[in-house]
Ligand binder design. Structure first.
Ligand code: CUA
Length: 326
């Protein structure tokens, strides 16, 4: 009976995305099985305890004023029974959990290594050939190990579909591994409160075929040899600048538009002063967005500071791209 419920429950859990996120790895399935087991055991215990309580409350309800309660002393057999059975169950759950955890924490040899860095408030994945990406792209059916680091404060790399979560800690490396067996895009969250934009520290983990992966890696590394403005356009995309700044109209998104920005001699700042949008202004705004905040976007800029995140070459490429937006 118990096994039957367990089996049904895991099937339901596997299918229902609304209840649990898609199972993207084998580990996710083992975690869900253990979870289903805990759920069933808890339900059964709940029925026995609460049901028993209600049953006895009704059965032994005082029927009249001179209804005397019988003298009840303890029963050793019962005591042993309700101590030993839960103990066995708990030890069993512990052992089961330990086996899964051991699997999760034993890094496979020959895994594809990707360096992932957390920074207020974005993730950057860096590949061995130098490609940097805001999304983590991995090949399907292969052991992947992520080496995590943090540049400022604690972050936590969390992939619900993989049932994986690992802190990224400043000053040391941490790691996690997975073997994705499903193609698709999976959510990545930051699961450690890291400042005002913590909830926006989201990215995608894209599981693609080995061919797509190789193709992607080559294309990305070719970007570094593109003409400046084109490379700037690419960086504008990969660093997600486009999600806050429009490039083809003066429309305001989260931040000011960069369309026809370059050369504007009339950029009004928060304190009322006016500046010219030249190379140095744009450079400063990219590297330290708090320095000169455009009127209407204060009191603090929501843009992350890219100091130390972008190389000189990348900043220049971005400026060249913005110059061309007219
Ligand atoms: Cu990074 Cu929360």
């Amino acid at each position: 009976m118990l096994l039957w419920i367990l089996q049904k429950l895991t099937v339901v859990m596997a299918q229902a995305d609304s209840f649990m996120p898609t199972q993207g790895t084998e580990i996710a399935k083992s975690v869900d099985n253990l979870y289903a087991f805990l759920l069933v055991i808890s339900l059964v215990s709940c029925v026995i305890v609460i049901g028993g309580m209600i049953y006895f409350a009704i059965k032994y309800k005082r029927k009249s004023a001179n209804d005397v309660t019988a003298y009840i002393t303890h029963d050793t057999r019962l005591e042993i029974l309700w101590s030993v059975i839960p103990l066995i169950l708990f030890l069993f759950v512990f052992a089961w959990g330990w086996v899964i955890y051991h699997d999760m924490r034993t890094m496979p040899k020959d895994a594809l290594e990707i360096h992932v860095t957390g920074k207020q408030w974005a993730w950057t994945a860096e590949y061995k050939n130098g490609v940097k990406s805001t999304e983590v792209v991995v090949p399907v059916g292969r052991d992947v190990r992520l080496i995590l680091a943090a540049e400022d404060v604690l972050h936590s790399f969390y992939v619900p579909s993989f049932r994986l979560k690992q802190d990224a800690v400043p000053g040391r490396y941490t790691n996690l591994w997975f073997h994705a067996d499903k193609l698709g895009d999976f959510h990545v969250f930051c699961a450690e409160y890291c400042g005002t934009q913590h909830s926006g520290m989201i990215t995608k983990l894209r599981v693609v075929t080995q061919e797509e992966f190789d193709q992607w890696l080559t294309t990305e590394s070719e970007v570094s040899t593109l003409p400046m403005a084109q490379r700037g356009a690419k960086i504008f995309q990969t660093r997600a600048c486009a999600s806050c700044h429009s490039v083809d109209s003066p429309a305001v998104k989260v931040g000011p538009s960069v369309y026809k920005l370059f050369g504007d001699t009339n950029v009004e700042l928060l304190d009322g002063t006016k500046v010219t949008a030249d190379e140095n202004y744009i450079r400063e705004s990219i590297l330290n967005s708090q320095a000169k905040i455009v009127k209407g976007f204060g009191p603090r800029s929501a843009m992350p500071a890219f100091q130390g995140q972008l190389s000189e070459v990348e900043v220049t490429a971005l400026i060249e791209y913005i110059k061309g937006l007219k």
